[in-house]
Design a protein. Structure first.
Lengths: 291, 318
């Protein structure tokens, strides 16, 4: 694992003092980089848990002087946060079920089956994944308007699925690729059809991949903002990603409630993305990097 | 696209033998992959390809989104307007600046942190996990955090700049064009760099250690090691990431929209923002679709580069 150019202690010529010095430099650099990266998130936590009488003061204290929890109950009492979260959950759930089902089919044809259009199919998915959402939004808005599908949670989850599907297929394809060919061959010897190989052998061996796909499809719909803000117009269907931005717009929300709302919204996606990061990254690079 | 698995191509002895023995209906066998891919292709055709085709078609028409009057065919009028619109070229320039800066900053920081975190130190797993946090955060709360941090009244970032001699008041961070662009770039890069860092780190770790040892024995110094060994061995990864980064930052909407809305006075208005504003703030649907076609062409060009690099990489790997 010792790699890079200036790795400390690699050259025997270096003196003990020089070694200690470069170790100190290393630790200082790592600390500075880590602090700079994490500070905005730290500040979100501080602003959530510290009463605003301290935060709304210049200069604000860098270390919280007091910690409270009342802002969470006040947030839910003053704003329809529960409704927003419910809407987000419904959209994400529908997108997850649909996307995971379609992904299994797509990943299997891309990984384990040999057919003529396979490369083209893979490229088609790649290009779909790369198009900016805005290009689809305007014509799709018009189409949805004609079909009377605006302001509907299931209709929105259809769009979210379309954009999560390519990366999900690439993720699961990468996992399916790791199932040894011998296992598949042995199953065919035992008289399995392709579909039962998928169902009885490939899928049970790919549980982490399936979880990753579920996570990505769920949370990409949960986090999605652009389609939601345009396609859902009535307050009763507003998901959390859009609802949070109305908190900002009103300006009357106390800072600790505003930040608490952001924290509640983020906690699950952050947790699951970190756990599943290896798979997500391999999917984002279309299998070019295993992560 | 790895071609690791050749089942059921019949190249493996067992497979072909059993196929002969059982005589499965060959037509069904060959149809299966198409039958599995078909729902996905139809799905993406309906929700991505058809809208784009509609958009291209619509860009030759004059359409009122609010009123229900029938569209009229106007030919190239929307495109003539686009190419003679000085704002369009300004938007393209802004897009280029934003995309370029995010690529440089995000991949630069990604590379630097990857090199740093590739060296052994205590708490490294913890530090790496912390580094991934910005990437895992959803965009909307990221904007909420930074709007708060940049608040001219109470923003914590002001503590830092007030150390600079001569700065006695808190700057209006998002009201000054250069500062607004700087912050939008920084925020987008902060959110994106952990991904690049992790991918580069994976590439660094796949470089065989023996090469470094051998070069050191030959008396190479650390700068030579970096330029002669590290850079060439991660070059394909870096190229791939540059293309990926240009796709991601070209697509960027939420951060810009919620931070500045394209302002102040168009300073952060990229093509994606412009399309949105034209369609949903000025309700100029037809012109927005023409701008959309321009955006579509740009993203196809970038996607084309990605596919080339991808297939080259796949060849190298196999």
């Amino acid at each position: 694992m010792t790699n890079m150019a200036v790795s400390p202690g690699a050259t025997p010529k270096k003196s003990k003092v020089g070694q200690t010095l470069s170790t100190i430099v290393l630790y200082v650099t790592v600390s500075v980089v880590s602090v700079m990266t994490v500070f905005p998130i730290y500040w979100m936590l501080v602003s959530t848990f510290q009463p605003s009488k301290y935060t709304l003061h210049y200069p604000p204290p860098l270390i919280p002087k007091e910690i409270t929890f009342y802002q969470f109950s006040e947030l839910f009492a003053n704003h329809p946060v529960a409704l927003w979260l419910r809407n987000s959950f419904l959209i994400a759930m529908m997108a997850m079920l649909l996307c995971t089902a379609l992904t299994v089919l797509g990943a299997y044809t891309l990984s384990s089956l040999r057919w003529k259009g396979r490369t083209t199919f893979g490229l088609f998915l790649l290009v779909t994944q790369m198009l900016p959402e805005i290009l689809i939004l305007i014509p799709l808005y018009k189409i949805y308007q004609q079909l009377n599908m605006l302001d509907s949670l299931p209709a929105l989850s259809l769009v979210d699925t379309a954009f999560a599907l390519p990366i999900c297929i690439w993720i699961l394809k990468g996992v399916f690729d790791t199932v040894p060919t011998e296992v598949l061959d042995a199953a065919v010897v035992d008289g399995c059809t392709e579909l039962s190989v998928l169902w009885h052998i490939v899928l049970p061996l790919s549980t982490p991949g399936l979880v990753a796909v579920a996570v990505v499809s769920f949370f990409s719909a949960w986090n999605e903002f652009l389609f939601a803000v345009i396609m859902l117009t009535s307050a009763e269907f507003q998901p959390a990603s859009v609802g949070l931005t109305t908190l900002k717009a009103t300006g009357f929300t106390p800072v600790e409630q505003y930040m608490a709302a952001g924290l509640i919204f983020s906690i699950l996606p952050v947790l699951f993305y970190l756990i599943m990061q290896r798979y997500i990254i391999s999917g984002l690079t279309a299998g070019a990097v295993k992560g | 696209m790895t071609t690791k698995n050749n089942y059921p191509s019949g190249t493996s002895g067992a497979t072909s033998r059993i196929h002969q023995a059982q005589k499965p209906p060959r037509a069904r066998l060959r149809l299966l992959p198409y039958a599995l891919a078909l729902p996905i292709i139809l799905y993406e055709l309906a929700l991505v390809v058809y809208p784009i085709a509609q958009g291209i078609y619509g860009s030759f028409q004059q359409i009122e989104l609010a009123a229900n009057s029938p569209p009229t065919w106007v030919g190239l009028k929307n495109y003539q307007r686009m190419f003679s619109d000085p704002d369009f070229w300004k938007v393209m320039q802004t897009t280029l600046i934003f995309t370029g800066l995010v690529i440089i900053v995000a991949i630069g920081v990604g590379l630097a942190t990857a090199l740093l975190f590739n060296r052994p130190f205590r708490f490294r797993p913890l530090a790496r996990a912390m580094l991934m946090l910005p990437w895992a955060f959803p965009e909307v709360p990221v904007v909420m955090i930074f709007v708060w941090i940049l608040s001219p009244q109470f923003g914590v970032v002001n503590l830092l700049v007030r150390w600079i001699p001569g700065v006695t008041t808190n700057p209006q961070w998002l009201q000054v064009p250069v500062l607004a662009m700087g912050w939008v770039v920084l925020i987008a890069s902060w959110k994106a760099f952990p991904f690049y860092s992790l991918v580069i780190l994976a590439a660094l770790q796949s470089v065989p250690q023996e090469i470094y040892e051998a070069a050191k024995v030959d008396g190479a110094n650390s700068l030579q090691l970096f330029w002669r060994i590290t850079v060439p061995s991660i070059r394909t990864t870096l190229e791939l990431l540059v293309v990926l980064a240009s796709i991601f930052s070209f697509k960027q909407f939420t951060i810009i929209y919620l931070m500045t809305g394209g302002g102040p006075s168009g300073a952060t208005e990229t093509i994606v923002m412009r399309i949105f504003n034209t369609a949903f703030r000025f309700y100029d649907y037809s012109y927005a679709t023409a701008l959309g076609v321009a955006g579509f062409v740009v993203s196809l060009v970038i996607a084309f580069f990605f596919i080339i690099l991808q297939s080259r990489r796949a060849q190298e790997n196999s």
